[in-house]
Design a protein around this ligand. Structure first.
Ligand code: FAD
Length: 413
């Protein structure tokens, strides 16, 4: 039966949700306060991370925690003033990262991430977006021998357990694979399954064009005006109020602006991240994570995109790009880093949940309201996969993966 559905938020997650529902024959309006794909889904490292079977856990070793607290590394930064309000959620994140709980999370997460390439592939083909895609994987690189050897052993085990393709590259192997790099690295793990996108925001836009060509509608509007009506849900748009039987909240890091007033107390927080593009000659072929220095080098259409690790801060706090300043220095040890392309760095926020799984499914206390947010480090990867899940749930079908680990009900009681 055809339903009227509002999808709120036009990042990768909302666009894929709107598209999945439209392709099932529903009348879908996608609402965003700005043009689609301008926020987190624009600014990421552009990797469809098939290898990411283990979501980012809170470090459990005291030395690692101490390193974060004393701000010794560049992978994590925090605003001391934000810690008091973040502490309860971070404490839960720490508890959820305990080995036995975490093992269960990995089982659930790997069952979802397994579908990321096939679900993107279908959309990439329909959207004619193959020109944006490279299928050569990415490099998880190390400066020092010992951490490299430890990580190589761990990666080999994970690859065997999950059927992933990874090659261990020593110094010479890395130089042969990526001749643009300076000789500063001990080696790298080459994850060969993932795909990389030369312009993440543009991929979102290609999916939007597909959505519109299949009869989907886009409107500008403020999602926080969402109200329950006698016939479903109403939101105010630039073209006046819109009402539909169902609404899906896909607002990424802004989801709490709507879920909190509705009475939901999810353990959500953000890990902020920065990027900036640079002219680089010669340009590396593959994205590279400099693990010990917490930065990613991602070759993109606009230049080499340098992205940073996690910054624990209030979502709307002023930018403090100290990690990017250090990352520039580390990156120039690896490549011939030229001038920045933009005058100021981009700042975005990974929408995180304390149990490391996105929140996907029916709103426990509101009829015909659905959630699809909290994709943390892998929302660009998982957009089409959780879109399919929520669409199957809305249609009352047996979903293609077990929905329980993602069900919002897990935070009730
Ligand atoms: C530095 C960095 C690197 C990353 N690298 C990767 C990567 O390589 N691979 C990967 O898979 N993931 C990566 N991520 C994570 C990924 O980018 C996010 O998980 C993903 O983009 C979240 O998508 P989303 O659609 O949920 O949110 P968003 O893309 O943020 O979309 C939310 C939308 O909601 C809209 N909105 C907000 N408030 C309102 C309102 N009141 N009314 C109407 N509309 C509103 C916004 O305008 C926006 O369009 C990275 C993130 C960062 C920060």
């Amino acid at each position: 039966m055809t339903k009227d559905i509002l999808v709120l938020g036009a990042g990768m997650v909302g666009v894929c949700t709107a598209l999945a529902l439209r392709q099932r024959g529903h009348a879908v309006v996608l609402v965003d306060r700005q043009a689609p794909g301008k926020e987190t889904s624009y600014g990421n490292a552009g990797i469809i991370q098939r290898e990411a079977v283990q979501p980012y856990a809170f470090p459990r070793e005291w030395m690692a925690v101490l390193r974060v607290i004393t701000r010794q590394g560049n992978d994590v930064h925090y605003h001391p003033g934000a810690l008091a309000s973040l502490l309860p959620t971070l404490a839960r994140y720490w508890r959820e990262s305990a080995p036995t709980r975490y093992a269960g999370t990995v089982t659930a997460y790997s069952a979802l991430i397994r579908h990321c390439l096939t679900e993107h592939d279908r959309l990439i083909t329909l959207a004619g977006a193959q020109d944006l895609v490279s299928k050569s994987g990415w490099l998880q690189a190390y400066r020092r021998n010992l951490p490299f050897e430890q990580a190589a052993r761990a990666a080999t085990t994970v690859a065997q357990e999950h059927g992933l393709d990874c090659r261990i590259l020593d110094r010479a192997g890395l130089a042969a694979t990526e001749p643009a790099l300076h000789d500063a690295l001990a080696g790298a793990i080459h994850w060969r399954d993932p795909w990389t996108i030369a312009d993440p925001g543009e991929l979102v836009n290609r999916y939007v064009t597909l959505f519109e060509s299949e009869g989907g509608i886009i409107r500008r509007g403020d999602a926080t005006t969402l109200k329950q009506a006698s016939t479903g849900w109403t939101v105010t748009t630039d073209d006046g109020p819109l009402t539909a039987a169902h609404a899906v909240i896909a607002l990424g890091p802004w989801a709490p602006a709507l879920t909190k007033p509705l009475g939901y107390r999810f353990p959500l927080f953000v890990k902020r991240g920065y990027h900036r593009h640079y002219a680089v000659e010669p340009m590396p072929k593959l994205p590279l994570l400099d693990v010990e220095n917490g930065l990613m080098l991602a070759p993109m259409k606009r230049g080499l995109r340098l992205t940073t690790g996690a910054e624990f801060a209030h979502h709307d706090a002023a930018p403090t790009p100290v990690q990017l300043v250090r990352a520039e220095r580390y990156a120039s040890e690896l490549v011939q880093l030229g001038e920045p392309v933009e005058p100021t760095p981009w700042l975005g926020a990974r929408p995180c949940v304390a149990d490391m799984k996105p929140i996907v499914g029916r709103a426990p206390h509101h009829r015909d309201l659905w959630f699809n947010f909290g994709h943390a480090h892998q929302g660009f990867t998982l957009g089409p996969a959780t879109a399919r899940l929520v669409a199957e749930l809305i249609d009352g079908e047996t979903p293609y993966i077990d929905p329980l680990p993602y069900d919002p009900i897990r935070f009730e009681g």
